[in-house]
Design a protein around this ligand. Structure first.
Ligand SMILES: [Zn+2]
Length: 310
């Protein structure tokens, strides 16, 4: 075969590999990843670095329990190589998106799907039978585990395995990037632990139990929720009981999501002699919470400020 034809063939084969989206030796081809939430996007980027292109279906300012299924979300999932889900029904709406997207790589149990919750110790698992017909939005236990920085090693291990399954050539790079991220997180953890140590055992009321994992990690105690049950608005009787309990137990802080009824939280706090602080339940929920570490930084500071004696 003449040399010029051979070199032309090499060029054509090379171009075809790029068009098919295969991982090139240079690592130029990026894995297309869709995550349901912005927290999972931030953690996936921490592991994937510049070898992944990550898009979240929910916006950071949206309550991740209540995302409206739109055709634009299906288009994103149709084009994706990998889908990262919460795994504990925080993002139950994503199943409708995946069905509409008709991407067989990402169906339940398919190799392109990553369940970020695999192997985690889940808090608040209901003892009796709970289903969604009762309105409870946490039927498998509390799904807000990304708020616990102590679980990030396990979550990012799940992400690493899933990304490496889709792009085995990048495994070493994913491992390096994960280690670097966990190093930065560990430094921050030491600081956050010191910041919250003086408040060990302090009781905190939440609007929705978004922060159970966060409170538990730093030795604070969940003293109840303004919601009757997860996702269920409070009755007047529930609120009266809550205010009385807050007075009896000297609860000084109510934490609330930016999308919850902040005015109601303020009224309850006033009646019970407590303060309100707005925490970020997701990356991007508040403008200062524009990254995973920044979100936790804001939440730790807001807790410490809210619990400080006047
Ligand atoms: Zn929830």
């Amino acid at each position: 075969m003449p040399a010029c034809v051979r070199s032309l063939l090499v060029t054509v084969v090379g171009a075809a590999a790029v068009l098919l989206g295969g991982a090139t030796a240079e690592g130029a081809e990026r894995l297309r990843v869709v995550t349901t939430t912005t927290d999972l996007k931030a953690l996936t980027e921490a592991v994937g670095g510049d070898r992944v292109e990550v898009d979240a279906l929910a916006r950071g300012t949206q309550n991740p329990h209540d995302v409206e299924v739109r055709p634009s979300l299906m288009v994103k999932v149709r084009r994706a190589d990998v889908l990262v889900v919460n795994g504990l029904e925080l993002d139950q709406w994503a199943e409708v998106v995946v069905q509409g997207a008709n991407n067989p790589k990402l169906g339940p149990g398919a190799p392109g799907r990553i369940d970020a919750s695999a192997g985690l110790l889940v808090l608040d698992v209901p003892k009796g039978r709970v289903d969604r017909s009762m309105g409870d939005v946490h039927p498998m236990g509390n799904p807000h585990y990304t708020l616990d920085p102590g679980l990030a090693p396990a979550i990012t291990a799940n992400l690493l395995e899933g990304l490496a399954r889709a792009a085995p050539a990048h495994r070493a790079a994913f491992e390096r990037q994960r280690e670097a991220f966990l190093g930065r997180l560990e430094e921050a953890m030491a600081r956050w632990t010191t910041t919250l140590a003086p408040f060990n055992g302090a009781k905190v009321v939440q609007y929705h139990p978004d922060f159970v994992y966060l409170l538990t990690r730093f030795g604070l105690v969940n003293a109840g929720t303004i919601e009757d049950r997860p996702g269920i608005p409070p009755t007047p009787a529930h609120l009266a009981r809550l205010i009385q309990a807050m007075k009896d137990q000297q609860v000084r802080l109510v934490v609330v999501e930016p999308w919850s009824d902040v005015k109601l939280a303020e009224r309850i706090a006033r009646d019970a002699g407590a303060r309100v602080r707005v925490l970020a339940p997701t990356v991007g929920a508040l403008k200062e919470a524009d990254g995973y570490l920044a979100m936790l930084e804001h939440n730790v500071r807001a807790l410490a400020e809210g619990l400080r004696q006047p």
